[in-house]
Design a protein around this ligand. Structure first.
Ligand code: SF4
Ligand code: SF4
Length: 412
């Protein structure tokens, strides 16, 4: 795609990078049919190719409007378009540049700014988030049904002994704790710790680690996303120097973000090498477990027969390119996993999207829930806390992280 970058951006790192990405797009439109927002709204500018044109216009200095901002806001950053693009266009990276530009040029209403400010100042901070969650749980009973469903009840899960005590295995990995997951579903990381411990891997909680930075980075308001990223690199570096094997992440949204640290900091002289190393060491918990001998796992896990529908989060299948591996692992272990229709489509959770684009998000969730319920599962499994809570609000079928099922079936 031929582009004439505006003088103000020409030769800047963003301008050069955007030009490189734009050049790789041959406007074939193969991506359009896989885009959830295009499929819902049927408008070219609510699909990847249309959004690429809008971003190209911004880079060429064309007038930016609220409408352009709205079409970019409506993008889920699900990256289904990247998976279906035959030319390898890095749409997600281009969108980040486009959002930075539009947010500098178009001022949002005071209400929108305040709402976005609250999201950025509460969600990424576990202490603040946990305070508001407890507050919400306290008044849950007087809230209307829709809001009540948004506040999950406390699950009284038994924490396995081996996740409480420090194990002393030779293999050691940092277990990323995340920002909202410890308050909403601590059992996910307990199950991860327990299972990895059974596999001879000690998990370490690193001091000083914070949110992965995805919320702030994708909202593209300021550099606060970068502060989270640099903070985490500094927090993990001493452990990396001591020889830990990997950084394990049980929320695929965070995993996709951490795997992108190297790209995001590629021009930062102080951090680029460290960021690249961190990205190389970041692993979804599925990658660790899939790499184990299937026979070892079979001996550990006694499959409890259940009909399973697996919802593969966009951040796992499109962001991290982990497509069928977890479903295949579950099948090999003996679980009955049903295939669902439109498995490549987003459930509408998409980080803060469900809070910012509620109507579109609910429509996408309805579609996803129909596809999942159509196979009549006993349990719906996923790999990301955001998707898990988002889906659970709209179905009576329990929605869990797949690691929780392995944990339930583990032989004592
Ligand atoms: S599929 Fe790829 S090359 Fe074709 S229009 Fe979409 S982004 Fe461009
Ligand atoms: S990231 Fe998802 S929503 Fe955005 S353009 Fe691509 S396919 Fe569409």
């Amino acid at each position: 795609m031929q582009t004439t970058i505006d003088k103000a951006l020409e030769n800047t790192p963003e301008g050069l990078e955007a030009e490189r990405i734009l050049r790789s797009c041959v406007h074939c439109g193969f991506c359009t049919a896989t885009c959830p927002t295009y499929r819902l709204l049927g408008d070219e500018v609510d699909g990847p190719r249309g959004r690429i044109y809008l971003i190209k216009g911004l880079l060429e200095g064309k007038e930016a409007s609220n409408k352009t901002q709205m079409h970019l806001d409506r993008c889920l950053t699900c990256l289904a378009c990247e998976t279906s693009c035959p030319s390898g266009v890095e749409y997600g990276h281009l969108l980040d540049i486009g959002r930075q530009l539009i947010n500098k040029k178009v001022r949002r209403t005071p209400i929108e700014r305040f709402y976005r400010y609250l999201i950025r100042k509460i969600l990424p901070y576990p202490g603040r988030f946990s305070f508001f969650l407890r507050l919400g749980r306290g008044v849950r009973f007087i809230l209307p049904g829709k809001f009540r469903k948004m506040i999950p009840e406390i699950k009284h899960t038994k924490v396995p002994e081996s996740s409480r005590h420090k194990s002393m295995h030779k293999r050691k990995m940092i277990l990323f704790s995340g920002c909202v997951q410890p308050s909403l579903s601590p059992e996910i990381n307990c199950a991860t710790t327990h299972l990895l411990n059974k596999l001879g891997i000690e998990t370490i909680s690193s001091h000083g680690e914070m949110c992965c930075g995805a919320i702030n980075h994708h909202m593209a308001v300021d550099d606060s996303g970068l502060s989270f990223i640099k903070n985490n690199i500094d927090a993990w570096w001493p452990y990396i120097e001591e020889g830990i094997e990997a950084i394990v992440i049980s929320a695929s949204g965070c995993g996709a973000m951490i795997k992108d640290y190297g790209y995001i900091l590629r021009n930062d002289a102080d951090y680029k090498d460290k960021a690249h190393q961190v990205s190389m060491m970041a692993k979804d918990v599925g990658e660790i477990i899939v790499a184990e001998e299937i026979e070892t796992l079979r001996k550990m896990i006694k499959v409890n027969s259940r009909r399973i529908a697996f919802q593969n989060p966009c951040s796992l299948q499109h962001g991290q390119k982990i497509k069928d591996e977890i479903e295949n692992l579950l099948k090999k272990l003996g679980y009955q996993v049903e295939s669902i229709e439109d498995a490549n489509q987003c459930c509408g959770s998409a980080g803060a999207y469900s809070l910012l684009q509620t109507k579109l998000s609910e429509k996408l969730r309805r579609k996803k829930i129909s596809a999942l319920e159509a196979v009549k599962p006993d349990v719906i499994l996923t790999a990301n806390i955001g998707c898990q809570l988002h889906l659970q609000q709209a179905t009576e079928i329990p929605v869990k992280h797949w690691i929780e099922i392995l944990e339930e079936d583990i032989q004592s």
